[in-house]
Design a protein around this ligand. Structure first.
Ligand code: JHZ
Length: 396
């Protein structure tokens, strides 16, 4: 049974950066109600009512996975590990974005799947790319002619697809007998520990845990056999999955992670009810801090026009009257306005000027990279504000 435990209110699509703040554009902005539920049977945490993917993954998709050094390095590292451990002759990526991961492999062995046409265009020039949604129809189209995949990799994508049963059935069909599916997504335990409620937005239909993934896979004749923790996106889990009868031994580390999730009560509704109370406190603390700084005539901006900060700004009702603008390195976000709250977005070259007193860390998951990059801002007394794991001004 699905039980709602968190209400994050009226929200726009996290990717819907607006080209102008004219009345005509604002009048047509799409909003939906963002709430999160817990399934007492599968332990799956999901959006209560997902948005139609056709509205989300368009040819105007803004996020570029290769925009941060941290992620470029992380993808190159995992690509090397996969190559050494599984030596795949056919490797497919679902949700290949701008190719930051899959470009690390021999281009004759790769298949990329990316429904956002503007992103698929980037990799289509270099290797076989299907600009389509992942589903059974596409799996049949690809693997009728092609040898089955020895590795299927998908980072920050499976959690975006509402129909998990079809997704995993299509993967099971596409894998060779010894084939391995490797997926990584933000971990539910990290979200709970960090009160990072901003991991919930329209695209994050699910926030997975090892216990929920294990339960879901069973329905598609797949099984989890190994797991790794990664520090990306504020704490993620990398799941290693095979066909039900494949000869991969369940690792001791996986058993340990599952035991830990049970110990932390990820299978209990009470955990989510407590989390929800902490989210309300986080919201109140952030509003209080920003309003206090503003009253003292401080100039506050935000750093990183993340999808996550769409949830924060809309839930906390923070607009340009409190946060003057947002800086972001992504060229196709610059000159636009944030979804729902319409805060202007500038390049860091323009935005990180000597008038700025405080910068809210929208991209808190890149705290280390950003703090070392913005040494000058910190040296002259500028400070970052974060809400993760609790609201505070970061001291240096
Ligand atoms: P970042 C996106 O979420 C969307 P977002 C998606 N749904 C998802 O699941 C996750 O990624 C994985 C900028 N930046 O990666 C670049 C700077 O300006 O946290 C990005 O726009 N300066 C697919 O948007 C943004 O911040 C910097 O120095 O929440 C980071 O976005 C750095 C390091 C980043 O994901």
């Amino acid at each position: 049974m699905k039980i709602k435990f968190l209400n994050l209110g009226r929200q726009p699509l996290a990717n819907s950066f607006l080209s102008s703040n004219s009345k005509k554009i604002l009048d047509n902005e799409f909003f939906y109600n963002l709430s999160v539920s817990f399934d007492t049977k599968t332990y799956l945490v999901s959006l209560t009512k997902p948005v139609n993917p056709i509205l989300q993954y368009t040819d105007k998709y803004a996020h570029r996975a290769s925009e941060s050094k941290t992620m470029r390095e992380a993808y190159s590292k995992i690509a090397k590990k996969i190559q050494n451990r599984f030596k795949p002759m056919v490797i497919m990526e679902i949700g290949s974005n701008d190719g930051v991961f899959i470009k690390n492999f021999d281009k004759n062995k790769v298949i990329a799947v990316e429904p956002c046409k503007n992103l698929a265009k980037i990799t289509q020039k270099k290797f076989r790319t299907y600009a389509e949604f992942w589903n059974f129809k596409l799996a049949k189209k690809i693997f009728k002619k092609f040898k089955k995949a020895e590795v299927i990799y998908s980072a920050n994508t499976i959690s975006h697809i509402p129909n998990l049963k079809e997704t995993f059935d299509a993967i099971e069909f596409s894998l060779s007998e010894k084939g391995v599916l490797i997926i990584e997504d933000p971990s539910l335990l990290s979200v709970i520990k960090n009160t990072s409620y901003d991991q919930f937005y329209d695209e994050h239909v699910y926030v997975f845990s090892a216990i929920s993934i294990s339960n879901i896979l069973r329905e598609s004749n797949l099984r989890l056999f190994d797991i790794e923790k990664t520090s990306t996106h504020g704490g993620s889990l990398r799941y290693f999955i095979c066909k039900k009868n494949a000869k991969y031994k369940t690792s001791n580390y996986l058993k340990k992670i599952i035991k830990d999730e049970i110990k932390k009560k990820l299978h209990k509704l009470s955990t989510y009810k407590k989390f929800s109370k902490k989210v309300i406190k986080s919201k109140n603390d952030l509003i209080k801090l920003i309003k206090k700084l503003k009253k003292n005539k401080k100039k506050i901006i935000s750093y990183g026009a993340t999808y996550k900060s769409t949830t924060v700004f809309n839930y906390c009702n923070i607009g340009p009257e409190l946060i003057e603008y947002v800086t972001d390195t992504t060229i196709n976000k610059q000159g636009k306005f944030t979804p729902g709250k319409h805060i202007p977005i500038f390049s860091p070259e323009i935005g990180m000027n000597d008038q700025v007193d405080y910068a809210f860390l929208g991209a808190w998951n890149f705290k280390k990279e950003i703090l070392s990059k913005e040494n000058f801002f910190l040296q002259r007394g500028g400070r970052f504000i974060t809400h993760v794991p609790s609201v505070k001004i970061i001291k240096n």
